[in-house]
Design a protein around this ligand. Structure first.
Ligand SMILES: *Cc1c(COP(=O)(O)O)cnc(C)c1O
Length: 433
């Protein structure tokens, strides 16, 4: 069933509005130059988000530690470093990227339930700011490895506050059934026994309840629980030097539908719930800083007329952008040229070339009629796009480009076939153990 409906003369309509340029760069010309699929990130938009958040936190002793997993391109990390932003890492690879990009170790915090001994030892050697510890076993491992290096590790307990972040189940992390953090009861026992830790200074609290949160209420609830626990700890003689409030601020994926929390409202919740706290605050925004600063440029390969549906087949696929197949995520998809945007609207299932039914960006989506070769934008793909990409179906990793006031720089060249198979080899020298 295909229907062509007349164009809606509504320039603000996400389905029909053209976006010919981004951060002053002509996207048609860019696509011709670097090819598609290609991620383009606006440096100005990222700096703007950083400023917004820093200004909202004005007067507080607050440090932004960008969640590297959202977009770990070295150029993005350099941009963070230049703005004085630190990092929240979850692996040794991310630590190396950050140090390589010039983010100082004393602005790096390390989260995650599965830090290996090698990763912990490497982070201790680098002298990172803090470990966000997620289990008692990890705490004991940290003590042992810090002792071996004759250093004192600084640690925060990641609290699982049992709060429903009201987001997609796969990106909810703060409920008691989730693998993250420990209960306040368990954390209380850690502090009670902390005098026995000679090489771990346990003086921080950490909480991160999930991602793409579009209301202040889950933040308020989680921070109230953390604040109450902090007061109890201080009473019990355990000074708390830092409270890390995590990330999770949502962004607009669907124009007119998603209403993100304003940075100032978020900061107000922090001020309100932690009003009498004078230690250091850490924040771990990921998506908020980069998602809307990125677009995925893709061309239409062909239109395929199925029995029931009309398929718009793009040259981008789920290997380039997993969010729709992984989380059923919505991304606005718009034409680049004004000429294209003026065409009548048609409804398509928008898919990629990968051999999976899940390789679908949108179902029954109204967009201006398309033809082979048309250039489209998949919007708000600066976070959890390129960083989650794979070479599934032996498709090369897409190019990534940073834009800044009319200029562009390729920050990841499109992967060559040789890069893709590097490390693979025929089974020639067989060995036995
Ligand atoms: C993923 C993650 C973040 C960032 O989440 P966003 O929703 O991208 O802001 C922050 N902290 C921790 C511990 C995370 O795992």
């Amino acid at each position: 069933m295909t229907t062509t409906i007349p164009p809606r003369h509504d320039a603000s309509s996400p389905a029909t509005a053209a976006q010919p340029d981004f951060d002053g760069v002509d996207l048609q010309a860019l696509a011709r130059r670097v090819g598609t699929p290609c991620y383009a990130y606006s440096a100005s938009a990222i700096r703007q988000r950083i400023r917004e958040l820093q200004q909202a936190l004005g007067g507080l002793d607050a440090t932004l530690c960008y969640a590297v997993k959202a977009n770990s391109n070295i150029a993005i990390l350099q941009l963070m470093a230049q703005s004085g932003v630190g990092a929240d890492i979850v692996s040794a690879g991310e630590l190396r990227r950050c140090l390589h990009a010039g983010i100082p170790a004393d602005r790096i915090v390390f989260s995650g339930v599965g830090k290996s001994e090698d990763e912990i030892a490497g982070a201790l050697t680098a002298g990172i700011l803090r470990f966000n510890v997620e289990s008692h076993d990890e705490l004991l491992t940290l003590e042992r490895l810090a002792q071996a290096q004759q250093v004192t590790a600084r640690a925060a307990v990641r609290i699982n506050p049992d709060v429903d972040a009201q987001t997609h189940a796969k990106i909810s992390t703060g409920k008691s059934e989730n693998k993250f953090g420990v209960s306040i009861d368990e954390a209380r026992r850690w502090f009670a026994g902390s005098a026995l830790l000679a090489h771990v200074r346990l003086d921080g609290l950490h909480v991160h309840i999930g991602s793409q949160i579009l209301s202040v209420e889950p933040f308020r609830l989680a921070l109230k629980r953390v604040a109450a626990f902090w007061r109890e700890l201080v009473q019990a003689g355990h000074p708390i030097e830092s409270i890390d409030v995590g990330g999770g601020l949502g962004v607009c994926y669907r124009a007119g539908e998603d209403h993100p929390v304003a940075a100032s409202d978020y900061a107000d919740v922090i001020r309100e719930t932690l009003a009498d706290y004078c230690g250091r605050l850490l924040l771990e925004p990921g998506r908020y800083l980069v998602a809307e600063a990125g677009v995925l440029l893709t061309r239409v390969i062909r239109i395929k007329h199925g029995v029931e549906r009309r398929f718009l087949v793009l040259d981008a696929a789920m290997n380039d952008l997993q969010r729709p197949s992984l989380y059923d995520a919505w991304h606005d998809i718009v034409p680049v040229s004004a000429e294209h945007a003026a065409r009548p609207v048609a409804t398509y299932d928008i898919v990629g070339p990968v051999c999976e039914t899940g390789d679908t960006f949108a179902r029954a989506r109204p967009v201006p009629e398309c033809a082979a070769g048309d250039l489209l934008l998949i919007k708000a793909t600066g976070a959890y796009g390129a960083s989650m990409a794979s070479t599934y179906n032996s498709r090369p990793l897409a190019a990534e480009v940073l834009l800044d006031h009319g200029r562009y720089a390729v920050v990841r060249r499109r992967q060559h076939f040789e890069d893709m198979i590097a490390g693979e080899q025929p089974a020639r020298s067989w060995q036995t153990l």
